[in-house]
Write a protein that binds this ligand. Structure first.
Ligand code: DC
Length: 223
């Protein structure tokens, strides 16, 4: 019998900047369960490997896996969060240096296996909302609810600039951000796939509250 048979697992997958993590965090709060951001583990491994100081072109998969051994996923009050050498690393993993090379690390098959096993093992005994790219396909194919969030690249780019600057983007910012997101979509395409039984939520034109409300309602039906 699967260890998740009696446990609520909600997966939220989708492309970059589709609002997965903020949605997953709020859904988890409303359901009273913990949130797991699987992308934060790829980021923490990347931050650990960057500390060695040599250029990413020289990184072997073995050396990245060695760096992963310094990363743990630790239960907090509302999340499971990555720690690097036992210390919180939230601000380090959100920096441009990590964002620029994390896709390279996320392509490594053994690193993917390590992240997937870590997420599965750590959350096995807990109800969770987990977000990423392949949580509903590779990691929790038996999840009670799988959500696939979609939004056009321009809409995701607009939200991202708004989040960073607090105002609407200029035409140039919108074009640059859209191109950047499309490049990231191409880099991550292979592992970014909806599960065949995922519920698709098109988020363009609906508010964050509405988006969260829809996922919570679906999760409650299936709990
Ligand atoms: O969602 P994010 O930007 O924090 O993800 C960081 C990187 O990790 C990005 O390149 C996509 C990748 N990723 C992945 O391949 N699989 C996941 N489950 C989560 C993230």
């Amino acid at each position: 019998m699967s260890p998740f048979e009696g446990t609520l697992v909600v997966t939220i997958d989708g492309p970059a900047a589709s609002g997965k993590s903020s949605t997953a965090r709020q859904v988890a709060t409303r359901l009273g369960v913990r949130h797991v951001d699987s992308g934060s583990l790829y980021r923490a491994v990347t931050a650990a490997r960057l500390q060695l100081g040599d250029p990413p072109e020289l990184w072997t998969e073995r050396s990245v896996l060695d760096a992963a051994a310094r990363v743990t996923l630790v239960p907090g009050e509302t999340t499971f969060e990555p720690r690097l050498d036992g210390t919180t690393c939230e601000s380090a993993i959100r920096g441009e240096d990590v964002t620029g090379v994390v896709s390279l690390v996320a392509k490594m098959a053994h690193v993917r296996a390590w992240v997937n096993a870590t997420v599965r093992a750590t959350s096995a005994a807990h109800e969770i909302v987990v977000d990423g790219r392949d949580m509903g396909t590779a990691v929790f194919p038996e999840a009670r609810l799988k959500v696939w969030l979609v939004a056009a690249p321009e809409e995701r780019a607009r939200r991202r600039v708004l989040q960073r600057t607090g105002r609407a983007p200029t035409a140039v910012e919108l074009a640059t951000e859209t191109a950047d997101l499309e490049a990231r979509d191409r880099r991550d395409r292979e592992q970014t796939q909806p599960a065949p039984d995922a519920v698709w939520i098109e988020t363009t034109g609906i508010s964050q509250d509405e988006q969260v409300g829809r996922v919570v309602a679906l999760a409650e039906q299936r709990r």
